[in-house]
Write a protein that binds this ligand. Structure first.
Ligand code: MN
Length: 398
């Protein structure tokens, strides 16, 4: 038995409200079809965040269906689960139609008390000859209301988190019971999940909270889930949510495959990949990352004015296609429109796009920059917390 594991595509991503990722996603999906052709897996698993938003743009839906139409010709089963960015309704709408193509969609979780509904998330796997070869507990991103039965009034934050963890564990336990017939046959048992496993290493921006900020709505980063929520009978756990590929909790068979394209400047040092997992009877025999080729270069350029100029000057391959996107942060002691213009001109000459725009950070004491002393030419929503009046005035002046 062999599976390919991917997640966190974020089709339709709007990059700084100015650029889309349509071309990069098209190239990735074409590449993925080629991998299906070469690897010939028995199942493809997409572990959540197919789309970047609950209401994806039309071109993203077209890319998704175009991909599925091709992929089902090369793969006996495809399993898609919803992530926190996905709308369960968008994913589930074509569910019955896709089922006829052996594409199984689980857009959202179900109430933990509803065993019949959970049973529908257990998917038997068959090979090209129609033989039963394994089973998957296709568990999507779980919302609090689905996994909690005992919401008490006035409970503390810690109690809330602890109940959420218990609920997720119970959900996987419920799956385990339904998987027993397959376990007894000695078949490989696979589970999916879209959650923040404890001890995961975040990409730079994820750590800063810029990228995956909606870990659990209103729950922040504390709602990490220990890997002991996954029963030992699961032979492989295909996770999504964290964009940096990694093993979780030192258990080689519990994995994040990461996002296939960098979705923020904090992800540019990640090795983007999908995972090819082979089983020998019900044991994982081999887990092999397949690196996703990079299509567009993303760069982070920061430093003093002189350093930024030197860095931009030293960039080779300018005018490469597609154009380079860069995050440019200039640390200055006093605002200078002239310097900013020179940097912008230099970038334009090299056909590098600064996103969102070149940003000046003001060092009030001339040494370090703190977020509270930051003066932004372009500003983000969190800055409103600091200086609502300044933000308002800047907005009016645009
Ligand atoms: Mn994601």
């Amino acid at each position: 038995m062999k599976l390919l594991h991917t997640a966190d595509w974020h089709l339709g991503q709007d990059f700084f409200r100015t650029k889309n990722r349509e071309e990069e996603h098209r190239i990735f999906l074409d590449w993925l079809i080629e991998q299906l052709r070469q690897e010939r897996p028995d199942v493809l698993i997409v572990a959540g965040d197919v789309f970047d938003s609950a209401n994806p743009p039309q071109y993203a839906l077209t890319q998704y269906y175009h991909f599925l139409a091709q992929a089902q010709q090369h793969c006996p089963s495809i399993i898609i689960v919803g992530g926190n960015h996905d709308s369960r309704y968008v994913l589930n709408a074509p569910r019955k139609l896709l089922r006829t193509l052996c594409i199984h969609v689980v857009g959202g979780g179900t109430a933990i008390s509803n065993t019949n509904a959970i049973a529908k998330q257990i998917i038997p796997l068959h090979n090209r000859d129609g033989e039963l070869i394994g089973a998957v507990a296709a568990v999507p991103f779980l919302r609090e209301g689905e996994v909690r039965t005992n919401i008490a009034p006035a409970e503390s934050y810690a109690e809330k988190i602890s109940h959420l963890r218990e609920g997720i564990k119970a959900y996987y336990q419920a799956c385990l019971e339904l998987l027993q017939p397959y376990i007894e046959q000695g078949l490989p048992i696979i589970a999916t999940g879209h959650l923040y496993a404890a001890g995961s290493q975040l990409s730079d921006d994820e750590a800063e909270g810029k990228s995956e900020r909606r870990i659990y709505t209103n729950m922040g980063n504390q709602a990490t889930i220990d890997t002991d929520v996954f029963p030992a009978q699961f032979d492989y756990v295909a996770l999504g949510h964290i964009h940096c590929p990694q093993i979780v909790g030192k258990k080689a068979n519990i994995r994040y495959c990461g996002s296939p394209i960098p979705l923020s400047f904090g992800e540019i040092n990640d090795r983007k990949q999908i995972l090819s997992v082979s089983f020998d009877s019900n044991c994982v025999a081999d887990i092999r990352p397949i690196e996703v080729p990079t299509h567009r270069r993303l760069l982070r350029i920061s430093g003093t004015y002189e350093q930024v100029i030197a860095k931009i000057t030293s960039i080779d391959h300018t005018h490469e296609q597609p154009e380079i996107w860069a995050e440019v942060i200039v640390r200055v002691t006093a605002k200078s429109d002239d310097q900013l213009q020179r940097i912008e001109q230099l970038l334009a000459d090299k056909n590098i796009i600064a996103l969102p725009v070149v940003r000046q950070e003001l060092n009030t004491d001339g040494t370090n920059t703190s977020s509270t002393t930051k003066q932004l030419y372009d500003f983000e929503i969190q800055d409103i917390n600091h200086q609502p009046e300044i933000v308002f005035r800047q907005r009016c002046s645009l």
